[in-house]
Design a protein around this ligand. Sequence first.
Ligand code: GLY
Ligand code: MN
Ligand code: MN
Length: 515
Amino acid sequence: MTEDVNPETLPSGEQPLESRGENRSQRPASAAFKEFMASGWGARPELSTERGAAAPFTAERRDRLSAQFPGQRLVIPAGTFKVRSNDCDYRFRPHSAFAHLTGLGAEQEPDAVLVLHPVDESEAPDGVTGTPGTHRAVLYVRPPAGRDSEEFFSDARYGEFWVGARPTFTDLETLTGIRTAHLDTLRDALAKDVGPDGVQLVVVPGVDEAVEAVVEEIRAAQDTGGSDARLAEALSELRLVKDEHEVAQMREAVATTIAGFEKIVGQLPAAVAHRRGERVIEGTFVGHARQEGHAVGYETIAAAGDHATTLHWTDNDGRVRTGELVLVDAGVEVDSLYTADITRTLPVDGVYTDVQRRVYQAVLDAADAAFAAAVPGNKFRDVHAAAMEVIAARLGEWGLLPVSVEESLSPEGQQHRRWMVHGTSHHLGLDVHDCALARRELYLDATIEPGMVFTIEPGLYFKSDDELVPEEYRGIGVRIEDDVLVTVDGNENLSAALPRDPDEVEAWMARLSAR
Ligand code: GLY
Ligand code: MN
Ligand code: MN
């Protein structure tokens, strides 16, 4: 299917390259056709919009951001479409900072820009203009074009004839609780009162080139700066502690992901029978994610046998063999865009061999030690350190370390990391690696606080060509990854309903296979 318009020509008579895609077919250009297309439609179908459950929470999040940027105008774009092949786009996903501050989720809303306007001391604190010293939020959006417009039937990205009903200003205002304005007024709104002694303009970098260019132009003309990096950092840090609504979304993402793992177990015989069994696993999970949520939060890893020792194995084009393990690292991103991030390493035929179980148990013990350290008052870095003590100790017991366990654990050693080069934990939320731009003192060196959500995911990976490990370990890769909510007096394993103890994994697989 193609957007169908008549080719234009340059004065030279040649057709410009950018309109060559239109050579596939012809759309009528007659006035009669356009007039006919604009007529005869019943009432425009309305979206049934009500206030989103996130709205009270996003208002509080915007207030917390506002307090950090007095007198600055904050520009937070959703982003625009990204081309994946010639004239086809990737499915639209708004930038996570935009989703966090508006509550908008899947497919919402291409090209929209949230602006927090500083409220001047001279403005009346009348509830419309806002309280002086704070910010007033406005969402700039591109509304649907009327049915009398050419866009309606000719624009494959925005026309409702092509993409279905799009939200109006009222729809978005109702949903988000944020005032809306036409995107065409954005430039003037951004430029108002900007100057060396006036308002500073800052934009989230790397989200929407066109919006960034407008901001740069205004800043250059008005000879004023503003730290975009500081805004990006603040937006990341704003998500370090999740609110009640976010935790509810994470619970949903985790529960939906666990249901996906159950479906995978049911499909293991089909995976073994297929020449690309890993794709059977991936396809099962991705299909489930699309049916039950928005998508997956990251590319699914379905890594059988030695592929499990490739940390981000996403080719998933290998065989799945009985007698081997399969490592599945997968997360459903729900419609609000929060994602789970869970890994289980399963015996393909439902029973771990002795050596598989030995490696698995070491990883599980490391995870348990990490859980014990993931409590308020400890440092985030303590979680990794606790896991590493167990990993190094086991590798020492097995005679794999070239130095003592103590020496390996010292900063000058670290030999044990050959078999687990990745970290043990990362924050989780709207992004799988959430809060990634937070300062080190608020991430690795931070004190753990209630409301933080992060992963615990130790592993051990013995590559098949690793000559430093005995033959029996080669080709075994194990990771166990859970999603953890820090509570006032400890933590809750959000993914506890998915078995992780090896006996329980075997019993769970047997139960599912008997269905
Ligand atoms: N799935 C990516 C990660 O575990 O960080
Ligand atoms: Mn992870
Ligand atoms: Mn993962």
